[in-house]
Structure formats: C-alpha cells, structure tokens
Design a protein around this ligand. Structure first.
Ligand SMILES: Cc1cc2nc3c(=O)[nH]c(=O)nc-3n(C[C@H](O)[C@H](O)[C@H](O)COP(=O)(O)O)c2cc1C
Length: 389
C-alpha cells in the first residue's frame, strides 16, 4: 500500500512524532489546518483534566515547502506540554495493574519493573499523532471532494434516534454538540449519565459511526484478503485503543433478515446504475461501490476508574485495589475524530493506490475519469466465454 505511517512517543515524554510517507506532492498544508482536528480530540463531555494542560499543535518538520507537500516523508511533532511536570521528578511505583489496560500483559511480555512503561505508550495520548496524520489525509481526500465525518449514536446505553436523518445533518448536528451526538434528547441523557458516572467513580463506553461521502467506485479489491477495503478499515479502527467492535453498514442487523431484504438492489437510473438502499455500507467484495461508506464502532468503558477495581499488588503479591491517576470518564465523544482520522488514512491510501501518480496535478484528471459506473462503462456482449480452454 503506497501510504504508510508510524508514530513514536510516550504520554508524558517530551513529544509525539509521526512520519507519513507516500503523500503526493502539491497538497496545500499548514499547521493551522491540522490544529482544527487536534482541537476536536481535546474537547467534549467526559474529558479529563489533561486537556486543560495541553493545547495540541503539530509542528511540520519535513515534507512541506512553501506551504505544499513535496512528496517527501512528512514529519509531524507534537510537544507534550505536560512533560515539564514530570521531567526530573521521582514517580511513585505503579504496581497495581488495571484490568482492561495493557498494564499486566505488557509487564509480563516485556519484563518491566513498573507498569508505567506500558501505560505510557498504550495511553491514548498517542492518538493525537494519528489525528495529525489523519488531518493531512483528510485534506488530501477533500481535494477530490471526498469528506469524512462522524458522530456518536450511543453512550452508557442511551441510544440516539436517527432514522431518516441524512448523514450531513447527523455530522453537522454532532459537531455542534459537546457529546457529538446528533439527537438533542439523547445528548441530554448522555450528559447526565456521564456526570453520574463521574460522581460514582465509573467510566462509560459507547457506539460511534463514521461516514465517508464522495468516494468513487473501485477502492480496495476482492483479489486478496489484505487488499479488501473493509478489512483495511477494520484493522485501522480496531487499532484505536478501547475500540472493541466494528460493523460495516448494517452488518449485525442484517444477520436477522433474509437475503432479498438485505442486499442493495441494482436498478437502472438517470445517473447510470443506481442502488435502492445502502445496507452494505458502501463496500461490496472489499471494493467501494460509490455509495456513502459507513461504519460503526463499539468503544468499551475505559479501564481507569476512580472507583477501585480488584487487582494484585505486583510488589507484595497481595490482593489490592487499582490506583487512580487523572483520566477521562468517557472519551467516546473525543474518539469520533480519532476514528475519522484512521478512516481518512485508509481511504487516502486506497485512493493513491487506485490513481497512482506522484502529484495531485497528475491524479486530478485520473480521478475525474472515475465516476459512478454507467451502463455503458460496463456493457457486456452477452456472448458465452470458454474461460479455461
Ligand atoms: C480518545 C481516547 C481517550 C482515552 N482515554 C483514556 C483514559 O483517560 N483513561 C483510560 O484508562 N483509557 C483511556 N482510553 C482507552 C485506553 O487507551 C485503552 O483502553 C488501553 O490502551 C487498553 O487498550 P484496549 O482497551 O484496546 O485493550 C482512551 C481511548 C481513546 C481512543
């Protein structure tokens, strides 16, 4: 796949770094643009105190000259402002691993003498670097008229009623709500539920959706498992900490229906080949089909709870309660931008793969030839073939 990225950095270390390679030349890019997405990761109801310390900004250290990408690897750096509060200070031993976090499994795997090295890297602070990379990929997709948006549909069991509400309205309403939920009645219930969880020392999980509009037909492929667009999205989405489930389209609901009531009928129409519905979420055979791509993800209640959970003290071996350190109560609203980012990265990769080319100027005319399949594009002779003569 032509686009690849890596991140490095601990939660309270000096900085997060991301290297993104494969972004074509000619994309206008500046730090203010990336800052818009970074700010969205730092707001929302259920957010912990750290957001008061950090106001994230990604510095572009390489890959951009005169305000446009050069085609060289991009280097993005986010300074951790909280680092100053940790530098040079002795930190109490962290010896009570939290159930649900990387704490215990990473200690067993890497042989650390303290839980902190695992939590410093497993912490979702790292997702700030992914959001910065995602902002670049979003800018790239936007130049082709492709948009990525998301929203929360449920938190703590309070589920939004969104039937019939168009994707654009869901996304714009979500952006205007601190809960990222487009349904104002449910948003109110969510705010109360998060306040209650906060008071009880608890955390809450939820469900989010991401929608990508303006995609052409033909991203991804059926020819091998790792080229399937749905599989690539699943890896990226499940790669976000605390995301434990993904559904493309109405996947789970569809299991209870008969086939002829599930699949999106192909009908002739003025725009060429039309679909009567989009229950498959815009991907068939691992390939985008030109319909809006939509996916749903399940986020668990995060593991750091003010109310202690049963664990074992790894210094004494005795039963203990978990130690609490500043944390979110419910980062589900903040996770919307993270999921948008990882989806944007996968789709930018798939689009570059489809179009080829080293610069936006080279890709634009190619993109313009990719339109929704008309009958003429796919018209067949209707003659028999001898496929294995
Ligand atoms: C945006 C975001 C913020 C998060 N904030 C916290 C947090 O404040 N406290 C916490 O315990 N987990 C938080 N998490 C989840 C943990 O990072 C995650 O549960 C942990 O790394 C273990 O990974 P796993 O849940 O995928 O097994 C957050 C996740 C995301 C996506």
């Amino acid at each position: 796949m032509p686009l690849r990225y890596l991140t490095a950095g601990e939660s309270h270390g000096p900085a997060l770094t991301a290297i993104l390679e494969g972004m074509p030349a000619g994309l206008p890019l500046d730090e203010d643009l990336i800052a818009i997405d970074l700010a969205r990761r730092q707001t929302g109801t259920g957010t912990g105190d750290r957001m008061a310390i950090e106001k994230d900004r990604a510095q572009i250290l390489a890959g951009v000259m005169e305000g446009v990408t050069t085609g060289a690897p991009l280097s993005l750096q986010l300074i951790n402002k909280d680092h100053a509060n940790w530098k040079g200070k002795a930190v109490p031993a962290y010896i009570t691993p939290r159930p649900g976090h990387a704490d215990l499994s990473a200690v067993v795997k890497y042989g650390y003498d303290d839980v902190r090295p695992s939590l410093e890297r497993a912490s979702a602070r790292e997702t700030a670097a992914r959001v910065a990379v995602g902002a670049v990929c979003r800018a790239f997709l936007n130049t082709f008229g492709i948009t990525v948006g998301g929203y929360v549909t449920s938190i703590g069991g309070h589920s939004a009623t969104l039937d019939g509400l168009p994707f654009d309205s869901r996304i714009s309403r979500a952006r205007a709500s601190e809960t990222q939920c487009p349904d104002p009645d449910t948003a109110e219930l969510i705010i109360k539920a998060i306040a209650k969880a906060h008071d009880a020392g608890e955390t809450l999980g939820g469900i989010l959706e991401v929608v990508v509009q303006g995609l052409p037909v033909g991203l991804g492929s059926h020819v091998n498992w790792d080229r399937r667009l749905d599989a690539r999205l699943a890896q990226a989405v499940l790669g976000v900490p605390a995301i434990k489930g993904i559904e493309i389209g109405n996947a789970f609901d569809n299991t209870g229906r008969q086939g002829t009531h599930v699949h999106d009928a192909i009908v002739p129409g003025p725009g060429g080949l039309e679909r009567r519905s989009n229950a498959c979420g815009g991907i068939e055979g691992g390939i985008s089909n030109g319909q809006p791509l939509w996916l749903r993800a399940a986020m668990k209640p995060i593991p750091t709870t003010r109310k202690g959970q049963d664990t074992v003290n790894l210094a004494t071996g005795s039963a203990s309660l978990t130690y609490y350190e500043r944390s979110d109560v419910c980062p589900v609203p903040r996770a919307v931008i993270v999921l948008e980012a990882v989806a944007a990265i996968v789709l930018a990769d798939a689009l570059i793969e489809k179009l080829g080319g080293d610069s936006i100027a080279e890709m634009k005319p190619r993109f313009d030839t990719l339109r929704r399949a008309t009958l003429d594009d796919v018209r067949m002779t209707g003659q028999p073939h001898i496929f294995w003569p």
